[in-house]
Design a protein around this ligand. Sequence first.
Ligand SMILES: Cc1cc2nc3c(=O)[nH]c(=O)nc-3n(C[C@H](O)[C@H](O)[C@H](O)COP(=O)(O)OP(=O)(O)OC[C@H]3O[C@@H](n4cnc5c(N)ncnc54)[C@H](O)[C@@H]3O)c2cc1C
Length: 377
Amino acid sequence: MPAYDVIVVGLGGMGSATLFHLARRGLRVLGLERFDLVHEHGSSHGLTRIIRLAYWEHPTYVALLRRSYELWRELELLAGERLLHITGSIDAGPAGGPVFEGALQSSRLHGLPHELMDGDELHRRFPGYRLPPEMRCLYQPEGGFLLPERCNVAHVEQALAKGAEVHCREAVLEWDVGSRVRVRTDRHSYEAGRLVVCAGPWTSKLIPELDSLAVPERQVLAWLQPTRPEYFLPGVFPVFNLEVEEGRYYGFPSFLIPGFKFGKYHHRGEVVDPDDARREPEPEDEELLRDFARRYFPDGAGSTLMLKSCLFTNSPDRHFVLDRHPDHPEVAIAAGFSGHGYKFCSVVGEVMADLAQAGETKHDIEFFSLRRFAATP
Ligand SMILES: Cc1cc2nc3c(=O)[nH]c(=O)nc-3n(C[C@H](O)[C@H](O)[C@H](O)COP(=O)(O)OP(=O)(O)OC[C@H]3O[C@@H](n4cnc5c(N)ncnc54)[C@H](O)[C@@H]3O)c2cc1C
């Protein structure tokens, strides 16, 4: 049976980064991916992903984000390719709301550069935005977007250059732990000292203990043709997180597709089975998204150019799970990224490689432990 130091299951955002960090440390690693190297069944497709520092979700993420930016820049150098585009970012919402107040708290706590403005001032600075004047807006210059498909490929490419083995179109069916970890796929069986599970929406199919802690949810993204395309270019349109009465939304300038791109967090609240999710966007999806654009980005609300579905994997508190399996310390798990994980892939790869190699990491990941759910009734 072929034997490895570490097997990584899933080569999406987190798995490709983990494979890279393990391979660069000289470990014998195998990456197994059930679909193609680039595919649209999981969570890491759709051309762009927001990255930002003043993290409204919780200030504890900021330390990981700083390292994440560093590692993305390093990957760009290795790959010889631009993967991270800086546009600035906006976190906006009503005074007292979690998005604006959370971003402000993170900025103040970590001394991050930022500017505050109301909806009118935001429109004067960035004319694509038409938020109500009473909206509180935080602009942070380091915000921007990553190119997820290219980042995943760059991580795999660099891992291959360091001797990693990669098998795509090979699904892991089961694993068990004896003196070593054994992994059975739909093609072969393998052995390794350690296993890292980065299976995104499929996590609980491989780790049933995470059934209620990593719950897949259907999302839909829209690209609309702006009627004023010059307002939606990367130089004049920062990425955004926006809390309005209809919910929370995120968006991007036109890039690669000549359309204003955006989505609604937890879109229609549809929990799905990733093997049976409706992939084709529906008229209800489109209408929900177009209503938002018409109200807050009227110059971006022209005809629909593209719609794509994608999957979130939600944890109960919407924070990540970065930990070792409670009963099998040889198995590390990266899961529950709850719709905001991509920007962290580079640093999560480093954390997972630490957990697999040494059983611990210098990064502070206590906040992301599985133990936090044990007290939940
Ligand atoms: C619409 C949308 C917009 C988002 N926007 C942002 C954003 O702007 N910024 C941000 O930071 N985050 C964003 N996110 C979240 C982010 O994209 C995810 O958190 C991240 O991609 C999760 O990566 P992952 O590696 O966990 O999952 P995936 O990238 O889905 O990788 C999991 C991989 O495991 C493979 N796999 C599963 N089971 C098996 C098996 N049994 N055998 C072999 N392979 C297997 C899958 O095929 C898949 O390739 C967004 C997500 C969505 C859906």
